[in-house]
Design a protein around this ligand. Structure first.
Ligand code: AP5
Ligand code: MG
Length: 213
């Protein structure tokens, strides 16, 4: 089963992808997480990605596509995967489609987590992330058991560099311009499912489960 998560920054793609990954035993592949890991480790890829990410812009397609196609060629992706934050532009979607077509495969579900812009800024300002395992929390909606500490691995949680209100505004603008057209793209392929992302995260997941079952 191959799944693409669509939605604005902060819509809850990562939160839901984690739940899907656990229940259906699929790898959760977040291009944003891969970039952040590389930034933390100081790799060349990380250095290149950081300037774009800090400005709320997209990392160039060429670099992102290469990274993603390498990742999905790994053994753990044989039974499928969940893509979170990829594709984000039409050229990225076309590149993925071309590669899958070559393999006689396709995306089975594109799940669009729908949250209006006015909800996003509040979500971002309360988000806390685990720099080690990538788990995501919210200080009010999805608080960790112990304040500031990751439930899964015990690491101290951090605020993401791109969660400042100014950067979030840029990310939203980039989303509307470059990523939103993918909703129609996947609708035309007959695999689009939209869920209301404004309700409790557990209920969002129930809606997703009923699509996947
Ligand atoms: P990326 O890491 O993908 O960020 P994003 O798309 O902006 O999305 P977020 O991770 O911010 O939000 P999310 O939808 O995962 O929400 P979450 O579950 O955390 O990308 C970062 C950057 O990397 C990009 O700006 C770009 O520069 C670069 N990049 C990445 N991929 C790229 C690509 N393909 N091409 C080019 N550049 C790329 O939830 C948000 C908060 O809300 C959390 O605090 C959570 O706890 C809370 N929450 C979740 N669900 C609910 C709910 N139902 N109710 C209340 N609160 C909730
Ligand atoms: Mg995310």
């Amino acid at each position: 089963m191959k799944i693409v998560m669509l939605g604005a920054p902060g819509a809850g793609k990562g939160t839901q992808a984690d739940k899907i990954a656990e229940k259906y035993a699929l790898p959760h592949i977040s291009t944003g997480d891969i970039f952040r890991k590389n930034i933390k480790e100081g790799t060349e890829l990380g250095k290149e990605a950081k300037s774009y990410m800090d400005a709320g812009k997209l990392v160039p397609d060429e670099l992102t596509v290469r990274l993603l196609l390498d990742r999905v060629a790994n053994d753990d992706c044989r039974n499928g995967y969940i893509l979170d934050g990829f594709p984000r532009t039409i050229p990225q979607a076309d590149a993925l489609d071309a590669e899958l077509t070559k393999l006689g495969e396709k995306i089975d579900y594109a799940i669009n987590v729908d949250v209006p812009d006015e909800n996003i800024i509040g979500r971002m300002s309360g988000r806390r992330a685990c720099p080690k395992c990538g788990a995501t929390y919210h200080i009010r909606h999805l608080a960790p058991k112990k304040e500031g500490i990751c439930d899964s691995c015990g690491t101290e949680l951090v605020i993401r560099d791109d969660d400042k209100p100014e950067t979030v505004k840029n990310r939203l603008a980039v989303y509307h311009e470059q990523t939103q057209p993918l909703i129609e793209y996947f609708e035309k392929k007959g695999v689009l499912h939209t869920v209301d992302g404004t309700i409790d995260a557990t209920d969002v997941f129930k809606a997703i489960e009923s699509i996947l079952n």
